[in-house]
Ligand binder design. Sequence first.
Ligand SMILES: [Zn+2]
Length: 322
Amino acid sequence: MTTIDFLRPGLTRLDCPMPRFASVNAYVIGSPGHQLLIDTGMPGLATEAVWKDAENQGLVSGVTDLVCTHMHRDHTGQAPRLLALHQAKLRMSPAEHSHITWASSAEESRRQSATQRFLHMAGVNPEHAQKSRPIDYSMLAPFPPDYAPLADGDHLAAGGINWEVIIGGGHSSAGVCLLSEDETLFASGDQILSGAGPHVSVWSETPDADPLGDYFAYLDRLAFIPETTLVLPGHGKPFANLSAQVTKIAAAHHRRLDAIMASANKAMTVQSLSEFAFSARAAQRFGDLLPGMVMSLANYLWHREKLIRTVTDDGVALFEKA
Ligand SMILES: [Zn+2]
């Protein structure tokens, strides 16, 4: 069921459906004729129906700007339709735009072999790995090539609000967040979510990356944002008291890092480390994302020389306390 959540005049949240993880938010900001959309929901007819419903109610009209906070398809899925319908300007970070352009156009077999190589590196058993498929972006090809790049520190006037652009890594390579000039609104994409926060994962294309290091650096930059600022997250209901949520998210990552340090007394694969970092229930919930999430913890410790990483001749990564 769709929820259209009227947060305040000129600020509406569309709670769009998702097959997993409940739902995803899109925001409509500003008065008709000068509207800013932040994110779009999944590709497909179910989410298109949500937009049509909002359009029929006159809630979406005269869109000038669409910001896609990051490339994940639950945020970009309706971008082609919305851009064509409203003749709006697409705004993204260059890294996210080039990533979705690649992911939507790369051959399925090439992406599949990268996934298999990555799962093998993580020590996932071959039978299980073979069932895993890369996330499909092909329905978004060709992704709209024209866009206005957003850079960290940029100022953007859209939806009747002056925004500061804050770009951070962690959940994706260069996720865009928008802070209103009066500091009453912070659109965080998936970089900040309520509950346990976003997943932070190493992706198959960049197995040596340190996204958790990027994420901690990003969290440190948010300390100045007031308690009263309303956070508009990519999933779930808006909330205030950002600093408490940042503390909670960081503490959960540190607990998992400690658990890995306590267990890596001998050379271990990512797969064997995962049971120390996540409960069986969490592991079940994250499914195919789990190896990348555990590798983000192991790589963080490896980049800081707390773990040693060796890669066997046949490409399996082993981590052991330094
Ligand atoms: Zn995401």
